[in-house]
Write a protein that binds this ligand. Structure first.
Ligand SMILES: [Zn+2]
Length: 303
């Protein structure tokens, strides 16, 4: 089951009062574009349970029997369940019952908060998409009726969710990309468990990011150590090539230790020295070796 369907099932048939059922059905139908063509009503969805539930809700609210108006269409991958009311004598009274389109604009303003949530929930069940929070964060509502887009935007803003609006294949798409906002949206439509999952995923990602930052920092330090050791080796090889000219015995021991143990830190090298040297003592010797090498003329280029 996709993550979207899982969430939809969580909020589908949620316990609610009568006023909310109407709003949820309206949100569902508007997002589906049920009224988008004047004089007819069409609902087309891929999920049989959602289809049957909302059609029977519509029958119930409008006191009408719609059984004869169902069709199912078998696509190449999925069946589409379609309710099509083509005769205006049936379609128009239904549209009127919802106040479509005359009272559409004022609809969001007339809604109480419980109904506003139900309205958005219906739209989400109809055409919503949500990505699994393990990956990217994304929630989308495709609105198949352009007249309804501002109403959904308004309702969501009233619930303190501020989606962005884009277009895909000529349709309006309202979308959220931050875990916080998606969590708020899910909380509003009653998907408390998933709201929690989204919040959790965000926390996990924040922790992972800071672990990565620390690791990157350590890698940078290691790279710095490697650079330093290579610089020391180059200097020592140059001195060695000149027969350690002007290099006293104690410096020479330090030089040989470095060449033999390129992977060691200065502290570790100091411990191998006899007598043992501190990190600072070893660092001083390395610095001296680099200075001496810098004063040597460069060896003639090999031909
Ligand atoms: Zn309500």
């Amino acid at each position: 089951m996709s993550y979207s369907i899982e969430i939809k099932r969580q909020v589908f048939r949620i316990k609610q009062s009568k006023c909310c059922r109407f709003s949820e059905l309206y949100g569902f139908m508007l997002a589906c574009g049920a009224f988008a063509e004047p004089g007819m009503i069409k609902i087309a969805v891929k999920n049989e349970d959602f289809f049957e539930y909302y059609v029977s809700l519509l029958e119930n609210i409008c006191q009408i029997d719609l059984k004869a108006k169902y069709v199912t269409v078998k696509g190449s991958r999925q069946v589409t369940y379609i309710l099509q009311i083509l005769d205006p004598d049936t379609a128009l009274p239904i549209a009127e019952r919802f106040g479509y389109p005359d009272r559409l604009e004022s609809f969001a303003n007339e809604l109480s908060e419980c109904c506003m949530r139900a309205f958005i929930r219906g739209a989400f069940i109809a055409t919503g998409f949500i990505a699994d929070p393990e990956g990217r964060y994304c929630l989308e509502l495709t609105i198949k009726d352009p007249l309804a887009t501002p109403i959904f935007l308004e309702a969501m803003r009233k619930l303190k969710v501020n989606p962005k609006c884009g277009k895909r294949a000529g349709r309006d798409v309202l979308y959220l990309k931050s875990a916080d906002e998606i969590g708020d949206f899910l909380g509003n439509i009653g998907a408390k468990k998933s709201a929690f999952e989204y919040a959790n995923a965000e926390i996990e990602k924040t922790i992972l990011n800071s672990v990565n930052r620390v690791m990157n920092c350590e890698t940078a330090n290691i790279n710095k150590l490697i650079d330093a050791a290579q610089k020391q080796r180059d200097a020592i090889l140059k001195l060695k090539g000149s027969g350690y000219r002007g290099v006293d015995e104690s410096l020479r021991e330090a030089a040989e230790l470095r060449l033999e143990n390129m992977d060691m830190s200065l502290t570790q090298l100091g411990k191998l020295h006899s007598p043992p040297l501190s990190k600072a003592g070893m660092a001083h010797r390395m610095k001296k070796l680099i200075e001496l090498a810098a004063n040597l003329p460069d060896p003639p280029e090999q031909r």
